[in-house]
Design a protein around this ligand. Structure first.
Ligand SMILES: C[S@@+](CC[C@H](N)C(=O)[O-])C[C@H]1O[C@@H](n2cnc3c(N)ncnc32)[C@H](O)[C@@H]1O
Length: 248
């Protein structure tokens, strides 16, 4: 589907496609979590469509793979690989893919940390609400392949490797101890580290809202394309290095 057509992609079209994938019985409905995905998919698919034409797409930490399946169904992408570690969700994604004739979607039950889970060549990596450290793993897997990255974070848990350094920065700078203020500061530093890491490795990065924050508090999408070495990358590398070193 060309980007200009996709720009007019409406929620009704998304809902119809989701129903074809996930509704198994006549008269039954989409699950509430799938209904919540409708505006998110309507916002995210146009971002995805502006990467490559019919790429090898990996939908990483895919859950029941709404993004990968919709890329196959609505964008007509023919080389989609889904990676999800939870067996029930992977099986559900596989059943949904089988429900729609002609979709070329391979579902791999596996961990995004495991290189064996990934296909040899990847053009575009998408991750919608990759939770905690999964976002960082997906980011690194994409950048090690110089693939496009279209990724939306989810929760910012202490399992994120950089979280302890971010807390140290908060203490060092005397950030207010009131939980909401401190949490925002730490989440922003985690997002800064991710952005600088991509830039330092030769990526051009944009961060934009793909839905209003009333739809999901995690409403920012990182869209990143490998463009190679540059002065900007060198500067980002210096800033990234002093950030991850922590306060001295
Ligand atoms: C919040 S859900 C989002 C699922 C889907 N992208 C969506 O938007 O509906 C995050 C998913 O990532 C999966 N996940 C988390 N860490 C993972 C890992 N290391 N490898 C593979 N999948 C992972 C979880 O099992 C879960 O299904």
């Amino acid at each position: 589907m060309p980007p200009e057509t996709l720009a007019r992609l409406g929620e009704a079209q998304v809902e119809e496609a989701l129903r074809a994938l996930y509704v198994t019985r006549e008269g039954s409905s989409l699950r509430p979590e799938e209904v919540k995905k409708i505006p998110q998919l309507a916002g995210l698919l146009p971002v995805l469509a502006r990467t490559r034409r019919d790429p090898v797409l990996v939908d990483a930490a895919a859950g029941r793979a709404p993004v990968g399946l919709m890329a196959a169904k609505l964008l007509g992408w023919s080389k989609v690989v889904v990676i999800e570690r939870e067996p029930g969700r992977a099986a559900s994604a596989r059943r949904a893919a089988d429900r729609v004739p002609g979709l070329n979607v391979e579902v791999r039950e596996g961990d995004v940390r495991d290189p064996e889970s990934w296909p040899d060549a990847v053009d575009v990596v998408v991750a919608l609400h990759a939770c905690g450290p999964a976002f960082d793993v997906v980011l690194d897997q994409a950048r090690s392949r110089r693939a496009w990255l279209v990724a939306v974070p989810c929760c910012y848990s202490n399992a994120i490797a950089f979280a302890s350094v971010a807390r140290a920065w908060a203490d060092h700078l005397g950030v207010a101890t009131q939980a909401p203020v401190r949490r925002r500061f730490i989440e922003s530093l985690v997002d800064t580290e991710r952005t600088l890491r991509l830039e330092a490795h030769g990526y051009r990065v944009s961060v934009q809202a793909f839905v209003p924050p009333t739809v999901t508090p995690h409403n920012l999408v990182w869209k990143a394309q490998y463009v190679g070495p540059s002065r900007r990358a060198d500067e980002a590398e210096a800033r990234w290095a002093s950030l991850v070193k922590g306060p001295v």
